[in-house]
Structures are given as structure tokens and as C-alpha cells.
Design a protein around this ligand. Structure first.
Ligand code: SAM
Length: 237
């Protein structure tokens, strides 16, 4: 595909994702990422799997320590599932942003409901590609699922360029079994089909991070029925 056409199709894809997370996607994911009983079996399992990913990240960050003197960037923060507990653990400052203004607004609402210290979190409605700045730790969870391999790798390079020490990302890894399940519609079933879901080759993600000086230090696989997410913590070498 010629470069201009490639750029256009990337922008179109991002606009589609944004439209979804401002409307039906917001409604759906706001319920999944809550304690609402109004979820079906698939959504309940996604909630369980996603919580494992969040818990893993929080545990790793606590093991690294020094949370209060570190600044964090949570790119594609959603409704704050990671940002809010991280703030409650005493993180120095967190820049939480998301492509969807609706998701950011909800994260902000939840933060004030929890009584998070004013100024500890700065919220921004922005795509992660436009983010700037330097952070001790950059985190991006379950966002790449909306993008094919090449744009996801570009995102990894950009996020890593903002990270002074740590980069933590999660994505649905490509495996032959997942590819089969996806092809027969058993993965990401139901309304989540409103956006395309992509599985990514881990080697490509690791190579993209390596290009900008990061190497994987820890990895885990968080699973529940209908949820499958590879989590990798990179460090600058
Ligand atoms: C499945 S949710 C995950 C939210 C959050 N990271 C979490 O784990 O709770 C995916 C989020 O990615 C956001 N998103 C999608 N593409 C994005 C982009 N290019 N830049 C920033 N956020 C994006 C969506 O708006 C949505 O809130």
C-alpha cells in the first residue's frame, strides 16, 4: 500500500476506535470495568482476566518500590482501572490519558469519588501517538488489541521514547490456537466485534522495544475464558 494510503487507513481505523469508545464501547467497557452486576458471562470473564493484568502490574511496581518519587504515564487509561489504585498506593504523579473523552471523564469522576489527592493525577483526552513528555514509567494496557502489528509496534517505539526507565505493555498474543478461535468467532464474541480485535506477534513487540533501547525483564500471561493477555515489563538498558 502506498504510504499516504497507509496513513489514511491508520487514521480511519483510529477514528473508528474513538467513535466506538465514545458511544457503545464506553457503555460496555464502563460496565465491564466496574462491579456492576449487569454483565453477561463473557463480560464477567473479561473483567476477571483484566483484573489479573492490573493486579500483576501493581504487584511488579510495588516490588520495584519508590512509587512516591516516580512519575507515571498511563496511556489509554480507560476508566482508570490501573491509574486509580496506583494513585491510592501513593504514586508520585500520574498522567492518565485516553483517546476517548468519555472514558477519561469517567476516570476523572471515579477519582473524585475515591477522594484521590487533587493534582496527583492529570487527565487528558488524547491519542497516545500525540503524547509528549518524559516519565519514569510508561504503561499501556490492553490498547494494542485495537490495532494491527505495524501500528502497534510504532506505538511501542513512541511510548518507549517517553520512558526513562520502565515500559509496561499488554496485548493479546498471536498463537495458532487463538487464531483458530478467532476465525471461528469464539474469541472476542458478541458486541465486542464492534471493533476489530487483533492478536500480535510478541517477537515484533519485543523487537520494537529493543530498537529504542528496552529489554524485557518480566512477562506473564493473564487468562480467563475470552481473555488472553501477554504482559511484558521492559527496562531501559
Ligand atoms: C480495552 S480498553 C483498556 C483501558 C485501560 N488501559 C485498562 O486496562 O483498563 C482500551 C482503551 O484504549 C483506548 N484507546 C484505543 N486506541 C487508543 C489510542 N490510539 N490512544 C489512546 N487510547 C486509545 C480506548 O479508548 C479504550 O479506553
Amino acid at each position: 500500500m502506498p504510504p499516504e494510503q497507509l496513513l489514511e487507513s491508520k487514521q480511519a481505523e483510529k477514528l473508528e476506535v474513538k467513535g466506538y469508545f465514545e458511544t457503545t464501547g464506553f457503555e460496555r467497557w464502563n460496565r465491564i470495568y466496574s462491579e456492576s452486576a449487569d454483565v453477561n458471562r463473557v463480560q464477567r470473564n473479561i473483567r476477571i482476566g483484566h483484573q489479573k493484568t492490573v493486579d500483576n502490574v501493581l504487584a511488579w511496581l510495588q516490588e520495584q518500590g519508590g512509587l512516591e518519587s516516580r512519575n507515571f504515564c498511563d496511556a489509554g487509561c480507560g476508566v482508570g482501572s490501573l491509574t486509580l489504585p496506583l494513585a491510592q498506593l501513593g504514586a508520585g504523579s500520574i498522567a492518565a490519558s485516553d483517546l476517548s473523552a468519555a472514558m477519561v471523564q469517567e476516570a476523572q469522576r471515579r477519582a473524585s469519588e475515591l477522594g484521590v489527592k487533587p493534582g496527583q493525577i492529570s487527565f487528558l483526552a488524547s491519542d497516545l501517538e500525540s503524547l509528549e513528555g518524559r516519565y519514569n514509567t510508561v504503561i499501556c494496557l490492553d490498547v494494542f488489541i485495537h490495532y494491527p502489528q505495524a501500528p502497534a509496534e510504532e506505538m511501542v517505539r513512541h511510548l518507549a521514547s517517553m520512558a526513562e526507565r520502565h515500559l509496561i505493555v499488554s496485548f493479546a498474543p498471536y498463537t495458532p490456537l487463538l487464531a483458530l478461535l478467532k476465525s471461528i468467532g469464539q474469541l472476542f464474541p458478541g458486541p465486542s466485534k464492534a471493533t476489530r480485535a487483533y492478536t500480535l506477534r510478541e517477537a515484533g513487540i519485543v523487537a520494537a522495544a529493543a530498537e529504542v533501547g528496552f529489554k524485557p525483564m518480566r512477562r506473564s500471561l493473564n487468562q480467563a475464558p475470552f481473555y488472553f493477555s501477554r504482559l511484558i515489563a521492559f527496562e531501559r538498558v
